[in-house]
Write a protein that binds this ligand. Structure first.
Ligand SMILES: C[S@@+](CC[C@H](N)C(=O)[O-])C[C@H]1O[C@@H](n2cnc3c(N)ncnc32)[C@H](O)[C@@H]1O
Length: 289
């Protein structure tokens, strides 16, 4: 298993955006990330939808999703509704909203999302350490359940175990790196109580996925990477950030030329499934067909 500080050290290469993660509403998050064209939830949406469709074919029931590092319920907004990241930037990034108190934004968003049709029969549990972001996502109905916890430093609350037993699909965008194999290790006993969910993670190339893969492997999971495909996470926030990230990639023997050297942080897609299910269709067959 990898030494603990590795994720933390690599994370230091990235711009620190912590101040926008725990606001009473998503306006600052969307205003700031628009500057860097943060795009990964939008790129992930069609892949997650393919997996949801596949899981829905196997069962008539609602598909239960756990979104790790869910923030303000962004993946839930995209997957529940016919919305794109452009729509969300427009919705939350409007200048006219700047002076409105957060409680009015919550009221407005409650009505906004309630009037939108639900595109998929899904329920979303969101897990994030940011209390205000989770509270917002629950209040406006994007999350069916929110868990405020940092599994890097604390155990899963006993009260969360029952809710997690029915999860069919675990998803994450922009989260691995902040969370490591420790989070997965603490989550696995709860989510594998019944049927074991599939896990769909978009991971920046500079973060090693092996420690998480090994943790999942010990619980009977097989992980496949979608080879030959990268997904734009966002533009670099500064030349300094780009230099530091390129340095980290070089240190790990990853060639950034024609990739991060062109100006974007790039993610790869990993699908982890229980070994008996992974023996069927490959990740390519599932998400590219
Ligand atoms: C880059 S944002 C990604 C949010 C969302 N998934 C998206 O793609 O828009 C990273 C999120 O991870 C959360 N986070 C950071 N460390 C965490 C931890 N140890 N446990 C849970 N969430 C964490 C932050 O609060 C933030 O909401």
């Amino acid at each position: 298993m990898t030494d603990e500080p590795i994720f933390e050290e690599i994370n230091e290469a990235k711009a620190n955006l912590d101040d926008i993660y725990d606001q009473p509403d998503p306006r600052a998050y969307f205003r700031e990330l628009k500057e860097f064209n943060y795009a990964i939830p939008g790129s992930a949406k069609p892949i997650f939808q393919k997996l949801i469709n596949h899981l829905q074919h196997r069962s008539d029931d609602t598909i239960h999703i756990l979104d790790l590092g869910c923030s303000y319920g962004i993946n839930a907004a995209l997957l529940k509704h016919d919305l794109s990241m452009t729509d969300l930037y427009q919705h939350w990034g409007q200048k006219i909203l700047a002076g409105i108190p957060p409680e009015d934004i919550v009221e407005r968003d409650l009505r906004y999302f309630a009037h939108l049709e639900e595109a998929n029969d899904i329920e979303v549990i969101g897990l994030d350490q940011s209390e205000h972001a989770i509270e917002f996502a629950e209040e406006v109905g994007l999350l069916d359940e929110g868990l405020v916890v940092n599994l890097e430093t604390e155990p899963l609350p006993g009260s969360a175990k029952d809710d997690l037993a029915t999860v069919d699909l675990v998803v994450s965008t922009g989260c691995v790196g902040y969370v490591t194999e420790k989070t997965f290790d603490r989550l696995l006993p709860a989510v594998t109580q019944g049927h074991s969910p599939w896990m769909a993670n978009f991971v920046l190339r500079m973060f090693p996925f092996e420690p998480i893969e090994q943790t999942l492997d010990a619980r009977g999971y097989v992980t496949e990477k979608l080879e030959g495909h990268t997904f734009i996470q966002r533009q670099f926030a500064s030349d300094e950030e780009q230099e530091q990230v390129l340095e980290r990639l070089h240190e790990q023997g990853i060639d950034p030329s024609g990739m991060e050297a062109e100006g974007h942080l790039l993610a790869e897609f990993y699908l982890s499934r229980p070994s008996n299910e992974a023996a069927g269709l490959t990740v390519e067959q599932l998400v590219l067909a």
